[in-house]
Design a protein. Structure first.
Length: 145
C-alpha cells in the first residue's frame, strides 16, 4: 500500500470540524471511529428510518456511507484552504444490509493536484459478525476555497 503524506498537519482536527458541519451525515447518525492519513472509518446504528420496505439497509444510505468514508479519507490529504466534491461514484451492492450497525471503511487509491480517487467498503454488523454489503469507487475534484 502506498504511503500518503497529509498536506495539512492538522488534518485530523480539520476532518472532525468538517464532520461536525456535515448536516446530512449528522442527521443519519454516522459516527467516525478512525481518522488517519488516507483512511477514515465510521459506524452507523441502523434505525428503522435507514431501512427500505423489506427491512434491509436502504441502498441510498449505503451509498451515502460509502461517499462519506471515501470522501473524508481523501479530505485527509488536501492542503489547508482546499475542499473536495464528488464528481463520480460507483456502488456495487453485494449482500443485503441486515444488522444492528453498518460500518464504513474509506481509503485513498491515488491523489493528484486536482483529483482524488478513493474506495469504500460497507459492512453490516449483526451479532458481531461483519458482512460485506457494498463496495464503491469514487472520484473527487479538489477545489481551492
Amino acid at each position: 500500500m502506498q504511503a500518503f503524506i497529509p498536506q495539512n498537519p492538522n488534518f485530523e482536527q480539520m476532518i472532525k470540524d468538517k464532520m461536525a458541519q456535515n448536516h446530512f451525515m449528522n442527521h443519519l447518525g454516522f459516527k467516525p471511529t478512525l481518522i488517519e492519513a488516507a483512511k477514515v472509518e465510521g459506524i452507523l446504528e441502523v434505525k428503522p428510518e435507514h431501512k427500505q420496505q423489506i427491512g434491509f439497509l436502504h441502498g441510498g444510505v449505503t451509498a451515502t456511507l460509502a461517499d462519506l468514508a471515501a470522501g473524508f479519507a481523501a479530505f485527509t490529504l488536501v492542503k489547508e484552504g482546499q475542499t473536495l466534491v464528488t464528481i463520480e461514484m460507483k456502488v456495487s451492492y453485494l449482500n443485503p444490509g441486515v444488522g444492528s450497525h453498518a460500518k464504513a471503511i474509506g481509503s485513498v487509491i491515488k491523489i493528484g493536484q486536482k483529483m482524488a480517487f478513493a474506495e469504500a467498503e460497507i459492512y453490516s454488523v449483526n451479532n458481531d459478525i461483519e458482512t460485506l454489503i457494498a463496495k464503491s469507487s469514487a472520484t473527487y475534484a479538489i477545489l481551492d476555497l
